[in-house]
Design a protein around this ligand. Sequence first.
Ligand code: XMP
Length: 510
Amino acid sequence: MPNSIVILDFGSQYTQLIARRIREQNVFSAIVPFHTPADEIRGMTPRGLILSGGPSSVFEQGAPRCSPEVFRLGVPVLGLCYGLQLMAYELGGRVRPATRREYGRAQLDITSESALLAGLPRTIPVWNSHGDEVEELPQGFRTVGRTANAVAAIEDASRGLYALQFHPEVHHTPDGPRILRNFVFDICQACADWTPASFITETVKRVGERVGDGHAVCALSGGVDSSVAATLVDRALGARLTCIFVDNGVLRKDEFKAILPLLREQLKLNVIGVEASARFLAKLAGVTDPERKRRIIGNEFIRVFEEEALRLGPIEYLVQGTLYPDVIESVSVKGPSATIKSHHNVGGLPADMNLELIEPLRDLFKDEVRRVGRELGLPERILKRQPFPGPGLAIRILGEVTAERLEILREADAVLLEAIRSEGLYDKVWQSFAVLLPVRSVGVMGDQRTYAYTIAIRCVTSEDGMTADWAPLPHELLGRLSNRIVNEVRGVNRVVYDISSKPPSTIEWE
Ligand code: XMP
């Protein structure tokens, strides 16, 4: 994509953050694996490149290296942390394990004029996280900034090569946005043309060209992503798009009944509802493995779509609301950002699918999707819906999914959601839901011994689902929730609150 910044991922936990920081300047940025061939990168016609940090040492065997040609593509390159060490090493400098490793806050002294550090005070706080340091600069390079123990900013402006030992992308480097702006606008000469409006125009045009006079179906769930994806494609195809909302048997309480009219009336989409619970539940019988559940649901989903597509007449395309984090988490860059879960949007699709995929949101983060949705005029009620996973309650029932367990979880989840809404918390948290644990424990109700299930309440705050914190719900609310769930939901005698963050946990329990 012209006018973009391409980020080579060497496995840093901050790689996505770099992409977000660039996009916040209204410049498109894409993450590619570190081993992407130089020709492929050239083909993307970027304005500049960023080499991310990473956990390796450049002199380790098997350390990730990019093609050396990357430094000769004729566009500016900014190396960050490991990216700095790699740049120094590859271009003939020397790197060694640091005499003093630097983690956390540090102070950068800017020792020379530099386009990258222009407009900053002489000394700024920065965030460090490195165990190696540059011992000798490659020819042509000079040092423009230092921290107490290391060379921290180097450049060879004549070749457009810049590198920082610290992390300008993290919050703890308050001047980071200015540094990235200097790189993107002054050094790379990119222009700020990546806005929700331009994304919409571009996407509608691209989808229109690709589909021609073909027909598409869209998997609609009433969530933000699929609603935005459907609305975008609807603008390109109009009546040639049919949206399908499938009741897969693992939806929340009353979801199918409540959402269908909302989608028809408010989004003015051409939507059909398909009640397919029984076939999904039959396929899930006896299955306990989380990834198998995902695959089964992904597969069955596509089968339902193929059948509907056959019924509707010739249909060639399937629209899905896959997002960028799904793509990165599922189709992982080798080594860096290892695969954690196969998200059904991406990983769970059958290989022999007859429909071609259209994923108009594949490049976007969740908050960007919301902005695009707002620009498209979608109602806040849809834009503010909490994310709900494709495999639904199946991955919130640990162990086998049965009708009895589904009933228990639905009721407990409905009590929780109602309370979260009435407390005004629904929009403040990323997700709030109940999880059914497969353990039974002993309790006592009305002088009777009980032996029943445990419900875990999960409520997290997050910016994009990639990391998350457990929400500190008031104790009084937790008490009320526990009371209500145990009293109102038959089969539950214990409620626990999940106080784990991501990482090291994940948001969903499976
Ligand atoms: P985790 O559990 O990986 O979840 O921390 C991150 C975000 O992704 C959602 N999620 C899924 N969405 N299919 C989906 O469409 C899936 O298989 C899936 N697994 C997790 C989860 O709800 C959270 O918002």
